[in-house]
Design a protein. Structure first.
Length: 215
């Protein structure tokens, strides 16, 4: 019923259903992963199967964006930890990738975990290069939904590493492309590959903790 509202109803009705689940005890993180992210994947399948048009899917994704915003507003994330130990992450979709919902979802999950988050969906390569050169991030997360040239992705990660003010920044990848082909993460030079927001947080935490222990 939720997906039906997203497709043919409106964001208000879909948000009401999601909030009702939260009131009944469903964790917000579960709403993100099992409802919103699942709906976004299903929309992609509908498009591939010619069940929905590109316009239908675009409008539905806009409604999902609104649901995410409303849920986040009413279940506010804690303020970033006000100490030097607070971790930071830059989350961006791969330049040219128009499917930014996954990046927004992951960014919100990190915010709720108390990270300092900068989310730049739709970044181009120059803006991404400038962002990592000007601001120190512990992790750079790149989301890719559509099939892309492997060499292009590898070049992007090399640019991030070469220009990052934090030379030990962890590069994490995710999105449908890497969910379908996790082995590509190594091929393009990423440190980690995550399936969703919660797993991304756990992987990033563990990698940072291990690095600290090695010092």
């Amino acid at each position: 019923m939720f997906l039906e509202h997203v497709l043919t109803g409106g964001a208000t009705e879909a948000t009401a259903l999601a909030k009702a689940l939260i009131v009944k005890g469903t964790p917000v993180e579960s709403i993100f992963v099992d409802l919103l992210a699942w709906s976004a994947r299903r929309l992609g399948e509908y498009w591939n199967e010619d069940v929905c048009t590109f316009t239908d899917v675009t409008i539905a994704l806009c409604r999902l964006h609104e649901v995410l915003h409303q849920i986040s507003e009413s279940n506010g994330a804690p303020a970033p930890r006000a100490n030097k130990a607070a971790h930071s992450i830059l989350v961006s979709s791969v330049p040219g990738d128009q499917h930014v919902f996954g990046a927004l979802m992951v960014a919100e999950s990190f915010r709720r975990d108390g990270w300092v988050v900068r989310c730049e969906p739709g970044n181009n390569t120059d803006k991404l290069r400038t962002a990592v050169a000007r601001e120190q991030f512990d992790v750079v997360g790149l989301s890719c939904a559509c099939d892309r040239d492997r060499a292009e992705l590898a070049d992007l990660i090399r640019i991030v590493r070469a220009n990052s003010i934090n030379r030990s920044a962890i590069v994490m990848v995710g999105g449908r492309l890497f969910s379908d082909h996790p082995e590509l993460a190594i091929e393009v030079g990423a440190d980690l590959v995550a399936q969703d927001g919660p797993s991304a947080i756990e992987l990033a935490r563990n990698r940072l903790a291990n690095r600290k222990g090695d010092c």
